[in-house]
Design a protein around this ligand. Structure first.
Ligand SMILES: Cc1cc2nc3c(=O)[nH]c(=O)nc-3n(C[C@H](O)[C@H](O)[C@H](O)COP(=O)(O)OP(=O)(O)OC[C@H]3O[C@@H](n4cnc5c(N)ncnc54)[C@H](O)[C@@H]3O)c2cc1C
Length: 450
């Protein structure tokens, strides 16, 4: 009995932690176990070192559709509602307000942001279109030493946020409601090694033995599809691991400065950000690489990547189509050199960092080992990359695949999972309490692959 649960969650990043919190506070599900293979919560892609710390809001992300922009805003609002209920002292380390803009350099990019602005301005009334003088007032180092002939414009909002998603995940676990009746357990340093289903019950094998549950949720990031495939599901889906790294500089920017991304590319162009954990630096990134692994720098995850990729003819055709896209080719070719010694830093400075801050010098940049992997989903029917987060639902199992903005959308993802779990287990979802505390019962942000 001690090893039997209503729900087992595999993975203690922000997806698993927010689900633990949501189930405990907004449902009457009684026994839940979260298994995390590392010795802390939020230590992998959710770590503040490994992502861009942006609470995405949909207004400066030029690669989003209007629909995606609006649903991302609703997801961000949930994080804001949750964090506003925390005590000020702890909250400031989790979330911090900063200005933000998307900078357009040159006529083509300016036309793109003009179009974006017309499309989204009604949904984002705080967003302003600003010219060079105003940019110089708000972010002096964007204009200082810039070529006189450079034509620049920006979309700006004074209300952006940087988030330490690792601390936010830990706050979810700390605020998980536990009573004598409600057993919500977290086991760290416990790696799940396999899962099978028999007689309506899932057996989850791990380095700490076997556990049983009526419902399983894989919140294992890059590994979720691997486990779906091990159960025989979704042979026709794949993910492309998109690695992302960062260069650090002294503090030269006040807020977040995003760049224009070409439509159809599902990840952000390289941008400059402050760091919530260190007010004296800026981070420029994430760079884009295509490592054959499921965890950055962990070569031993390569066989698992190959197994979850499940290479067949439709996958080959999809990958070929994706990699032949002119924008993807351009981005990959440029980024391929950014990690190399000497030449990497100088080309990153020329192509990326100095386009944002022209006065930056070679010696100002330091390549860090930080960064993670965005598991971009390949839709083999459309032969294209999916824009953002995905969910696979199979009876009493959910598999969450979470590229950016998966940390921002954690509470919407957790809401969807909570509704599905309570429906399947015949339990109650506390809808009124949810509305009161976290807002709309909004679903549909995640791409449902099943
Ligand atoms: C470079 C980069 C920049 C990004 N920038 C942003 C941003 O600015 N804003 C934003 O919203 N999102 C951003 N993202 C995306 C965001 O970081 C992720 O969507 C989010 O962290 C995913 O959380 P997760 O819990 O699903 O996955 P993870 O954080 O990867 O957690 C999965 C957990 O599962 C565990 N696990 C895996 N396998 C097992 C197993 N077998 N047994 C037990 N445990 C297991 C892992 O150890 C890990 O802790 C970025 C991502 C990257 C890589």
């Amino acid at each position: 009995m001690a090893r039997q649960y209503d729900v087992i969650i595999v993975g203690g990043g922000i997806t698993g932690a927010s689900l633990l919190y949501t189930l405990s506070n907004y449902s009457d599900v009684k026994k839940v176990l979260l298994l995390e293979k590392y010795d802390k919560i939020g230590g992998l892609n959710t770590s503040s070192r490994n992502n861009a710390q942006t609470l995405h809001y949909g207004d400066i992300e030029t690669n989003y559709t209007l629909e995606k922009a609006k649903s991302t805003k609703e997801a961000a609002m949930k994080v804001l509602r949750y964090t506003s209920s925390l005590e000020k002292k702890g909250r400031e380390k989790i979330i911090s307000k900063c200005q933000k803009m998307v900078l357009a350099v040159g006529d083509e990019e300016i036309e793109r942001i003009e179009n974006t602005y017309s499309l989204i301005k009604e949904s984002f009334p705080a967003l302003k279109k600003i010219g060079k003088t105003e940019i110089g007032r708000l972010e002096p180092n964007i204009v200082r030493k810039r070529d006189k002939g450079d034509n620049i414009k920006a979309l700006y909002s004074g209300t952006g946020y940087m988030v330490d998603f690792e601390r936010l995940s830990n706050s979810f676990v700390e605020n998980t409601k536990r009573t004598r009746e409600k057993q919500y357990r977290v086991r760290l340093s416990t790696r799940v090694t396999g899962v099978t289903k028999s007689g309506g019950i899932y057996k989850v094998s791990s380095t700490a033995g076997e556990f049983f549950a009526r419902f399983v949720v894989f919140a294992a990031g890059t590994y979720s599809l691997y486990f779906a495939k091990s159960l025989g599901y979704d042979k026709n889906l794949s993910i492309l691991s998109i690695g992302g790294g960062f260069y650090y500089t002294p503090r030269v920017l006040r807020g977040k400065v995003y760049r224009v991304q070409k439509g159809g590319i599902p990840f952000a162009a390289i941008h400059g950000d402050p760091d919530i954990t260190n007010p004296n630096i800026n981070r420029f990134g994430p760079t884009v690489t295509v490592p054959l692994e499921l965890e950055k720098g962990h070569i031993e995850t390569m066989p698992d990547y190959i197994r979850s990729f499940d290479f067949d003819m439709p996958t080959a055709v999809s990958v070929k189509r994706i990699l032949l896209n002119e924008d993807v080719k351009r981005i990959l070719a440029r980024n391929a050199v950014y990690g190399l010694p000497f030449i990497g830093k100088s080309s990153f400075l020329k192509n990326e960092a100095s386009v944002i801050v022209p006065s930056l010098k070679y010696g100002d940049l330091t390549l860090s080992n930080d960064g993670g992997i965005r598991p971009q989903i390949i839709d083999e029917e459309k032969k294209a990359l999916v824009l953002g987060e995905g969910k696979i639902n199979h009876d009493e199992a959910i598999f969450n695949i979470t590229p950016s903005p998966g940390a921002t959308s954690c509470l919407v993802g957790a809401l969807e999972d909570t509704i599905r779990i309570t429906e399947h287990l015949g339990r109650e979802f506390y809808e009124d309490k949810y509305r009161l505390e976290l807002g709309e019962v909004s679903t549909g942000l995640h791409y449902h692959l099943r």
